[in-house]
Design a protein around this ligand. Structure first.
Ligand code: ZN
Length: 114
């Protein structure tokens, strides 16, 4: 990962500004000014923290419910901004691909929107 293609590892923007660590996770990524200004977290941090038995967060919500997921995460984590790719979670059979840019959402709001 990081800076090989001079693009942001979160959103893919060419407005790359540098490599920095991800708060609370032992990994460094390439960041753009947009993600850095928001202190955005990459979605994989939610997946590894809240995903249950290799499920993504949408599948985990169906399996264990939102309340159990929110109890599992620290408040600062739930209130952090995340970059959500446009086509995230839409790769299953019968689902239409989504084009266009992703969006920034607080994790708590994203989980509730699923
Ligand atoms: Zn970015």
């Amino acid at each position: 990962m990081t800076a090989v293609d001079m693009r942001c590892d979160l959103c893919g923007s060419p407005d790359f500004v540098g490599v920095a660590s991800v708060p609370g996770f032992p990994v460094s990524l390439a960041w753009c000014k947009h993600c850095l200004e928001r202190g955005a977290m990459p979605l994989f941090t939610a997946e590894v923290t809240l995903g249950y038995n290799d499920m993504d967060v949408a599948e985990t919500k169906k399996e264990v419910g939102l309340e159990a997921m929110e109890k599992e995460a620290a408040e600062w984590f739930l209130d952090s901004w995340f970059y959500i790719p446009a086509d995230y979670g839409l790769d299953g059979p019968g689902q239409k691909p989504v084009e266009g840019p992703g969006r920034y959402m607080k994790l708590r709001d994203y989980l509730r929107s699923l």
